[in-house]
Write a protein that binds this ligand. Structure first.
Ligand code: NCD
Ligand code: ZN
Length: 366
């Protein structure tokens, strides 16, 4: 009975599936781990985030990296200048920790209100991490200063020892680096970024309130077969690399559990196609465009739509001591699947949007 007498779609779905949620209004989300890059790519990808997100912790792994408060202030200005007119978006800046970072910079950074965290990349762990830390002992005075002023440390939690299998690098990091660091500096607030293993989830759950973890959208969707079985899929390759299925399920459980220690950090990491689709492709999945639809899909599959807001919009600000956003965002489940652009065009080349490989029906209402 199509035509004039037909009920609106949401009502029709409600009639067909009584009790099934077809709309969901949440506080505007924040992204607690985001790569925006600079220049042409920044200009093209920023609107993909600012369309839905109110704030984001912006990663400092530019070339050269964002090391000082002055670097962060200048990068913040470039981000603000690249925002589309009328956008309501606040970049929360981070500093890239190096072995020559001045401990005195931490008090200045915290007092600025501009810098919200410092990022630890073990040297060589991932994209643009050559200036990262080789020896934690050398940055202890900086970490102590951060603990004093309450500046959180965001950690890329992987060891870089070539003798350690890439699928074990996070688990080994927990025992060999994170546990000793937590014992040595229990007052330092730490975010274990883009956690990818059941081991990481358990570690965070068992730790005190000063340790939290971000979880990406793509790690809730991918396991390592998606990258490697039936052909190699460079757009599913990111770091930390997706692990086996049991780990993906542990991440889903953590994200949808309502536990305030877990919150969204998309790690949306744009690389132009030419750098992904080559013999030695860059790591990173670009999920800014469709993250919220994908998360609604995942949370519905887990029977946890009522916990989506905590994960995207409340647990993160609570950890960072910020107020949750008051504006809202509405999701609608429609019969018609979402259509995203396959690629975002930038003046440096196209960036492929993460394709989950299944239809998604949760639309962000505009
Ligand atoms: C990130 C990037 O491209 O900057 N890549 C990724 O695979 N996640 C770096 C990072 O966060 O590890
Ligand atoms: Zn990242």
């Amino acid at each position: 009975m199509a035509g004039q007498g037909a009920p609106p779609l949401a009502m029709a779905l409600q009639l067909r599936y009584p009790g099934v949620m077809t709309t969901l209004t949440i506080r505007r989300p924040d992204d607690w781990h985001l790569h925006l890059r600079d220049g042409a790519v920044l200009r093209a990808v920023l609107p993909e985030t600012s369309r839905h997100f109110a704030r984001a912790i912006v990663m400092p792994n530019l070339v050269p990296p964002v090391v000082t408060l002055d670097d962060a202030m200048a990068y913040r200005e470039r981000i603000l200048a690249a925002l589309p007119a009328g956008a309501d978006f606040q970049p929360l800046m981070t500093l890239y920790l190096t072995e020559t970072t001045d401990p005195a910079e931490m008090a200045r950074a915290a007092a600025s209100g501009v810098v919200k965290a410092v990022k630890l990349y073990p040297a060589g762990a991932t994209t643009n991490s050559t200036s990262g830390v080789r020896d934690l002992d050398r940055v202890m005075p900086v970490l102590e200063a951060m603990a004093r002023v309450g500046l959180p440390l965001c950690i890329h939690g992987e060891v870089t020892d070539p003798a350690v299998d890439i699928f074990d690098r996070e688990a080994v990091f927990l025992d060999s680096v994170l546990a000793p660091l937590r014992r040595r500096l229990p007052d330092l607030r730490v975010v274990l970024e883009h956690v990818t293993t059941a081991d990481g989830v358990a570690f965070v759950r068992e730790a005190g309130p000063g340790l939290a973890a971000t979880i990406t959208t793509h790690h809730l969707i991918l396991n390592r077969n998606h990258i490697l079985a039936g052909g190699i899929r460079p757009h599913y390759y990111c770091l930390p690399v997706a692990k086996r299925e049991s780990h993906r399920l542990a991440l889903r459980q953590a994200a949808t559990s309502g536990d305030r220690k877990f919150f969204l950090g998309t790690d949306s990491a744009p690389h132009v196609d030419a750098l992904k689709e080559q013999a030695c492709g860059c790591a990173g999945c670009f999920t800014a465009t469709n993250t919220l639809s994908l998360l609604a899909h995942v949370f519905e599959e887990e029977g946890a739509l009522d916990r989506l807001e905590g994960f995207t919009s409340r647990h993160g600000p609570a950890f960072y001591g910020l107020a949750a956003n008051t504006a809202t965002l509405r999701l609608e489940k429609r019969a018609e699947p979402c259509h995203w652009p396959a690629k975002i065009m930038t003046d440096a080349g196209p960036v492929t949007v993460f394709n989950p490989g299944f239809p998604v029906h949760w639309h962000v209402a505009t």
